[in-house]
Design a protein around this ligand. Structure first.
Ligand SMILES: [Zn+2]
Ligand SMILES: [Zn+2]
Length: 297
């Protein structure tokens, strides 16, 4: 059931932009660009989105390595206008919340028994963005057109594969495009798949000192205007999956024909749905009762 019939929209150019901001200190400490200069590009971009239409709404979710949280919502009354007539509320409120967030994220890391993971909690922030969008869909007769923008740099966490794929399919079902601007060194297979499946744009900027220009030319336009633009096309998408047993990225594996769980090795029983598998197919292809299929990507 598509949740966003066009009759309920304000107009075709009113946007709800959910921004997922990667704050993972493990990534930023090794990045070629500093977090503060990255943030100054992003703040300018968010301001320009809000300027494009007075009904536009921006919500920022910080994605840490232990935790994620909403750090800014332009629809809240406290975020309207300016403080002391100097800095716009967007900057002061967002920076303040971001600082609180970073401290909390760091504390959770100390308390937790988990060792330092290089990946951010993308599955968590994607779920939070989708929850927010569902709330907006159900809030009243009119709503802006939602989309998600992942500003991400950390490497993929294969252990989040199932949760992220579930979020991607949920976004696809709600017709919410997931745009990705990936600033890490290699491409992110998760974000490539997210943008490909949901009809969003995946971009890996070549020069990070011009990040604002990439953001404003590719991601500032509303979805209606996007149909008239020549936006970056994905040259190749890494469709590799992670196995459910070890959370490793695999090229080839076994799929349960009942629940579509993926395994790197042959198992007697599916750990997800409990289906008992027959004999694995032998070289002459005789075992026909096997319900464990081999998957090639
Ligand atoms: Zn495995
Ligand atoms: Zn199964």
């Amino acid at each position: 059931m598509p949740s966003a019939p066009s009759s309920k929209l304000y107009a075709d150019d009113v946007t709800l932009l959910m921004v997922l901001l990667d704050t993972n200190p493990l990534f930023w400490s090794s990045s070629s660009v500093s977090f503060s200069s990255f943030l100054s590009h992003v703040l300018s971009f968010l301001n320009s989105v809000l300027l494009l239409n007075q009904l536009n709404q921006v919500v920022v979710i910080a994605t840490g390595y232990n935790y994620c949280d909403y750090v800014f919502d332009s629809s809240l009354a406290t975020n309207q206008g300016s403080e002391n007539g100097r800095m716009p509320a967007l900057c002061t409120n967002l920076l303040h919340k971001l600082e609180e967030f970073a401290i909390k994220d760091e504390n959770l890391h100390k308390d937790g028994s988990e060792k330092g993971l290089a990946s951010s909690l993308l599955s968590g922030s994607l779920s939070m963005a989708l929850c927010y969008i569902q709330k907006v869909f159900r809030s009243g007769p009119l709503h802006p057109q939602p989309r998600i923008l992942c500003l991400h740099g950390s490497s993929d966490g294969p252990e989040q594969y199932v949760a992220i794929m579930n979020s991607i399919f949920s976004a696809q079902r709600s017709m919410v495009p997931v745009d990705s601007c990936y600033i890490g060194s290699n491409n992110s297979a998760f974000l490539q798949q997210a943008s490909y499946i949901t009809g969003g744009v995946y971009l890996k900027p070549q020069q990070l000192d011009g990040l604002f220009q990439y953001l404003s030319t590719v991601f500032a336009t509303d979805l209606h205007s996007r149909t008239f633009l020549q936006l970056p096309k994905s040259v190749g998408v890494d469709f590799r999956a992670s196995c459910f047993c070890h959370k490793k990225t695999i090229d080839m594996g076994y799929i349960c024909s009942v629940c579509l769980s993926i395994f790197c090795k042959h198992h007697k029983k599916c750990s997800t749905c409990g289906s008992v598998f027959g004999q694995v197919q032998s070289d002459n292809g005789s075992a026909s009762n096997s319900n464990l299929k081999r998957k090639t990507t």
